[in-house]
Design a protein around this ligand. Structure first.
Ligand SMILES: [Zn+2]
Length: 282
């Protein structure tokens, strides 16, 4: 079975020692395509080069956690980078962009304002270049939706979604799919699992968010970490097992979920289809 990991930070330093081996292992397990969202201007060329090297796809943007160090002219640079990359079929979205009101430093009034400025400006760039967006949603779903009503974009993915059913419905109405990954594999994540069970199949895409959000089988408790066990590193090779977890929660056949999530990913990131081996659609 072939898979798309719609959110994978393969450029992260956690993969510096063995990046090619990590990507090869995922491919052996059927992960044909990873979408690499960039988080800051300095990383754009690297993300582009990695996607080309591994036959993957990428998004260019400024992540909300990187807004404090971002400069105003990074937005101008993004405009230029997107214009230049439009001829590259591996470019599939503007991302990772969004709002984060979980991290305390990002919640100060001036930082909320600054995050909003970068979010709206990047939605405008997505609109200008006819691209979907990959959204980071953390305690920010309602404000993100407000931005999407102000600046109409073609849709995209609300990644690591963990909001309410009502918020999920509104994202879907705006042309978005919701990204499900490791967080949903925890028994105690009852609200998220209920959402994963009840959402219509056309609303779902799969992701690992590697190296973050380890699924439960990689997670080390604070106690284990205190006694020396490193936190498990998430990789795109976990995607098929995460998919099985989602299929189990939904009581759906894995093969059916594979086809549906692949078609969903192509629907919300239409440029993906150009980078996808045909075997992935079979
Ligand atoms: Zn991310």
């Amino acid at each position: 079975m072939r898979w798309i990991d719609t959110h994978c930070h393969l450029d992260a330093p956690e993969f510096d020692a063995d990046r090619d081996a990590v990507r090869a292992q995922a491919r052996e397990l059927g992960v044909d395509l990873c979408v690499l969202p960039a988080v800051q201007r300095a990383d754009w060329p690297r993300v582009q080069a990695l996607a080309a090297l591994h036959g993957d796809a990428y998004a260019l943007g400024i992540h909300p956690l990187y807004v404090p160090q971002a400069q105003d002219d990074d937005l101008l640079a993004l405009d230029h980078a997107l214009a230049q990359a439009l001829g590259d079929s591996r470019l599939v979205a503007v991302g990772e962009i969004g709002l984060d009101f979980f991290v305390p430093e990002l919640c100060a009034p001036e930082m909320r304002e600054r995050q909003w400025h970068f979010y709206i400006a990047q939605l405008q760039l997505a609109r200008k270049h006819g691209l979907p967006v990959i959204l980071h949603v953390r305690r920010s779903a309602d404000l993100l939706l407000k931005g999407l009503r102000q600046v109409k974009v073609m849709g995209g993915i609300a990644h690591a979604f963990n909001g309410s059913a009502q918020q999920a419905k509104q994202f879907v109405e705006q042309g978005f799919a919701l990204g499900f990954g490791g967080a949903m594999t925890y028994e105690r994540a009852t609200a998220l699992r209920a959402l994963a069970r009840t959402l219509p199949a056309h609303a779902l895409v799969l992701e690992t968010d590697s190296p973050d959000i380890p699924p439960h089988w990689l997670y080390q408790t604070a106690q284990a970490r205190a006694s020396g066990a490193p936190q498990g590193r998430n990789t795109p090779a976990e995607l098929p097992r995460i998919a099985q977890g989602l299929a189990d929660v939904r009581g759906q056949a894995l093969a059916e979920l594979q086809v549906q999530t692949t078609l969903n990913a192509i629907r919300v990131l239409p440029r993906l289809v150009r980078g996808l081996p045909l075997a992935a659609l079979a």
